[in-house]
Design a protein around this ligand. Structure first.
Ligand code: SAM
Length: 345
């Protein structure tokens, strides 16, 4: 057997059981394993973990054996002859109220509503695949479905907020100059205002407008320095020095993006205005950084979860910006899945 053949013999099992890691991590989140170990403050023996979580010992042992294998938790000696579980950098991201926790994003992506569309991905790829997998599975497009299901809306808003808590600090650290001279900023599709609140805190001269669909801003918290405005970005966008779009344009096809971007040009001053786009830029030349695989995964997520959304290459971003009437743009890499694109009227 050649090396590649032998590799395939192993790799194929990752596809057979690809869902297992997600499912077991979801189970760990639901049980609150990381939170309990964090509260314990030192390596926690299985017996104590079992009692605190009120679990069945041998089943919890099997779950922990799996998670230790994947370095979600680790085992450390306690005294001479016993062992206890402690956190790793990975399980720190599973502490529910931890600063950079990814819990809401994992719970969203592993929810039945978001998993069901994957069963009709192949149907979508066919020439006849007019209906999005999300609509085929859930009966409506994602934004109408979300409007009608407040539980799912909360799940999306929380998931976006947790990703914002990871991405916005990378923007603030990687390219703070983007916000120089920006006195007012409208976050279009800003969800519950988390991204904007972090930006306004870092750049206190900014007056923020959090703009999203009415049902989203209706439940958004009232934050200092931020006005919540409800509306439809296809109709009009509130005026500001700059319009900010994070993980919004990838939900839409080129024609829709061009419509939204033209509306954003109307909202900003021609002389000093700009649009700031925080999105993945898919590499064309296989020269990606270590997060390149996430951008390709996100592109598949767009195919499954949105009507016509997609992740874009530099060439594709250039096309939608030019067609929307922007005269120039630049792209800044940050330590995140997304890059920051500044576009000028
Ligand atoms: C993927 S979320 C991104 C949220 C946020 N920008 C972030 O990254 O944390 C997309 C947002 O676009 C909003 N949205 C969808 N259609 C919209 C419309 N027509 N007008 C305004 N916002 C819209 C959704 O409600 C949702 O909050």
């Amino acid at each position: 057997m050649g090396d590649m053949e032998a590799g395939a013999e192993v790799d194929i099992w990752n596809y057979v059981f690809g869902y297992v890691k997600m499912a077991v991590v979801k189970c760990a989140i639901e049980l609150g394993i990381a939170d309990v170990i964090e509260n314990h403050g030192s390596p926690m023996p299985l017996s104590e973990l079992t009692t605190t979580l009120r679990c069945e010992l041998s089943r919890l042992h099997r779950i922990m054996r799996f998670l230790v294998h994947y370095q979600v938790f680790k085992e450390e000696p306690i005294g001479q002859d016993s062992m206890g579980f402690s956190l790793t950098p990975l399980s720190r991201r599973l502490i529910k109220h931890g600063e950079k926790n990814m819990v809401p994003l994992i719970l969203l992506e592993s929810s039945p509503t978001m998993l069901a569309p994957w069963h009709s991905l192949s149907t979508r790829v066919l020439e006849s695949g007019d209906i999005s997998p999300f609509e085929a599975a859930n009966g409506d497009d994602i934004w109408s479905y979300t409007e009608a299901n407040s539980g799912h809306s909360d799940l999306i808003n929380e998931a976006m907020a947790c990703s914002a808590r990871v991405t916005v600090p990378a923007i603030i650290e990687g390219c703070p100059e983007v916000f120089d001279g920006v006195e007012s900023l409208v976050d279009v599709g800003g969800g519950n205002g988390t991204a904007l609140s972090l930006l306004v805190k870092a750049f206190p001269w900014i007056r923020g407008i959090n703009f999203d669909l009415s049902h989203v801003v209706a439940v958004a918290p009232k934050l200092n320095g931020i006005e919540n405005v409800g509306g439809d970005m296809f109709m009009s966008i509130p005026n500001a020095d700059a319009a900010f779009f994070m993980w919004v344009l990838h939900d839409w096809n080129d024609e829709e993006c061009i419509k939204i971007l033209k509306k954003s040009r109307e909202a900003i001053p021609k002389s000093k205005g700009k649009v700031i786009i925080v999105e993945a830029v898919v590499e064309e030349d296989n020269k990606s950084d270590e997060l390149g695989f996430v951008r390709l995964m996100l592109d598949m997520v767009m195919m499954a979860h949105t009507d016509k959304g997609k992740e874009r290459t530099l060439k594709e971003w250039s096309y939608v910006l030019r067609e929307s009437g922007f005269t120039r743009f630049n792209v800044k890499s940050i330590r995140a899945v997304q890059s920051v694109v500044e576009a000028y009227p």
